[in-house]
Design a protein around this ligand. Structure first.
Ligand SMILES: [Ca+2]
Ligand SMILES: [Ca+2]
Ligand SMILES: [Ca+2]
Length: 179
């Protein structure tokens, strides 16, 4: 059975997607498309984070009343690990309310090789999309001077198409502690 995936259609190829559908258990999708003066349409696959597209959007120019039945899209499943590096203000190793995300923290994933590295951004966030499955060991490399408060490595076991969220890493700056 094929996964249900989102396909969007941009009527008029004006940069704005107008219609959305999902593929069925056989991977098929279809649109009953409204007429547009230019006859131009753009079709694109919007895969979930657990899949990587292997094909880009397709531009279709279609006189009204005609059918196009070969706008195909490819994708494959990946293992996804996401989490947050955070300022562990109370040093308890857990992400508590009011503890901000930390950008610029290096997060690594190893095993099975090769190792991958991401730098947290956008509020301490990181995402790995890994082509493979198995046991993954996730670590942080906290910026110099910061004390890490979460144990390492964090072990995540994933199959292709699986996602593990909230693999979080804490650290604190001992210089900022006052008393
Ligand atoms: Ca449009
Ligand atoms: Ca905490
Ligand atoms: Ca570390």
């Amino acid at each position: 059975m094929e996964p249900s995936l989102t396909i969007r259609l941009d009527v008029g190829n004006d940069g704005v997607f107008d219609l959305t559908t999902t593929t069925n258990s056989s991977g098929f999708y279809s649109f009953n498309i409204p007429a547009t003066p230019s006859g131009a349409y753009r079709v694109a696959l919007f895969p979930p984070i657990t899949r990587i597209s292997t094909t880009g959007p397709t531009l279709v120019v279609l006189p009204n009343g005609e059918v196009k039945d070969d706008a195909h899209f490819g994708s494959y499943p990946v293992a996804v690990i996401t989490g947050t590096a955070f300022d562990d203000l109370n040093g308890n190793g857990a992400l508590d309310g009011g503890e901000p995300g930390l950008d610029g923290v290096t997060i690594t994933v190893g095993g099975p090789p090769p190792a991958f590295t991401q730098i947290t951004s956008g509020g301490g966030l990181y995402t790995f999309q890994i082509d493979g499955s198995g046991a993954f060991f996730v670590r942080q490399v906290a910026p110099a001077g910061r004390i890490e408060t979460t144990s390492e490595p964090q072990l995540v076991v994933l199959g292709a198409g699986d996602q593990e969220s909230d693999v979080n890493f804490g650290s604190f700056d001992p210089i900022s502690i006052s008393g």
